[in-house]
Design a binder for this molecule. Structure first.
Ligand code: TYM
Length: 326
């Protein structure tokens, strides 16, 4: 099966990205044909610092590899270096309807009351994402819950294009895990954990030091109800138990009974310890890879060249279909 996913190199990756998308992709790597993209052209839809973006592109690639992406098996590539992405993104803007684009909840969330001030790119971003997926005939797209609507939009565009211009695109399926597909903010557990959140206390980045992890977990919002239950009605606690359950591969309700009686402090202490153990090898290896920058750039360039072959063949077919190829 052909699988594709991508992460924006906005700041460092957080554990939501790790458990929601990166791990699921890594698990599919052995038996599938995986394309793992650095979505750098998505990262310029909000104001950005070019120097930081440059570093984050390298750090994102390094985090993929450190977490388990094997660039000899998986095509690890950089979106911006393959013009077919922006070209198909444009074509798909002409296939998409204003009404459906306006229904995208992520745009509404990200623009908030500022709709007239955000970039046009933030609005059209789902068509670029659809292009990323459709260029590669991806059948499955492992993502967190927040991207589900964008994959449904991609499916609609693929079906409409196929109907109007002939069978060209594979219609992809989202692959969303039952657990870990929507980790919540540590400070406001009704909201999702997000890299672009105003407070770094709300997420745990793969590169956080042990004392920072300890501080963030200690100050994570829980509730004052007695006892411990694994229930969505107690979002803060549910989130901490979910994170521990992902690391320990144990059901959340089993963990809730383990810590019932011991209290939230014991849960937070153990979670800190397990998170530190879990993330330390990833951040250490990512740092090593970034320190060997030339080699890392070579690995990305190799993957990008392999991806470009697939993308260029598809965009040539699209040009034929829509009548612009002479
Ligand atoms: P991005 O960079 O916001 O997030 C990357 C991946 O991490 C998942 N994720 C989460 N999962 C669980 N809990 C969370 N709190 C959490 N926050 C984020 C996201 O669902 C996503 O899977 N537009 C995409 C990047 C992209 C892409 C693509 C993905 C561009 N082209 C093509 C798949 C296929 C984005 O901004 O993800």
């Amino acid at each position: 099966m052909r699988v594709l996913t991508g992460i924006q190199p906005t700041n460092f990756l957080h554990i939501g990205n790790l458990f929601g998308a990166l791990r699921p992709a890594i698990d599919l790597q052995r038996e599938n044909d995986l394309f793992m993209m650095i979505a750098d052209y998505h990262a310029i839809t909000a104001e950005h610092d070019p120097v930081k973006l440059h570093d984050n592109i390298l750090f994102t690639a390094a985090s993929y590899i450190a977490a388990g992406i094997d660039p000899t098996k998986t095509v690890l590539f950089q979106q911006s270096q393959i013009p077919a992405h922006t070209e198909l993104g444009w074509v798909l803007q002409t296939v998409a309807r204003m009404g459906e684009a306006k229904r995208m909840t992520q745009f509404k969330d990200k623009s908030g009351s500022n709709e007239d001030k955000v970039s046009v790119g933030l609005f059209t971003y789902p068509t670029l994402m659809a292009a990323d997926i459709l260029l590669y005939d991806a059948e499955s797209v492992p993502v967190g819950d927040d991207q589900k609507q964008h994959i449904e939009f991609t499916r609609d565009l693929a079906q409409r294009f196929n109907r109007d211009f002939g069978d060209t695109f594979v219609v992809p399926e989202p692959m969303i895990r039952k657990h870990g597909a929507r980790l919540k903010s540590l400070t406001e557990p009704e909201k999702k954990m997000s890299k672009s959140a105003p407070s770094a206390k709300s997420y745990i980045s793969l590169t956080d030091d042990p004392d920072i992890i300890a501080k963030k977990v200690r100050s994570a919002t829980t509730d004052s109800e007695p006892g411990m239950t694994f229930s969505k009605d107690r979002p803060g606690l549910h989130n901490l138990l979910t994170i521990l359950s992902l690391i320990e591969d144990a059901p959340g309700d089993e963990l809730a009974s383990r810590y019932d009686g011991m209290g939230t402090k014991a849960l937070k202490d153990d979670l800190t310890e397990r998170l530190v153990e879990h993330l330390r090898p990833i951040s250490k290896e990512a740092q090593n890879l970034v320190d060997n920058k030339d080699e890392l750039i070579r690995v990305i360039a190799n993957g990008t060249a392999a991806a470009a072959k697939v993308a260029n063949a598809k965009i040539a077919e699209v040009r034929e279909r829509i009548g612009v190829a002479l």
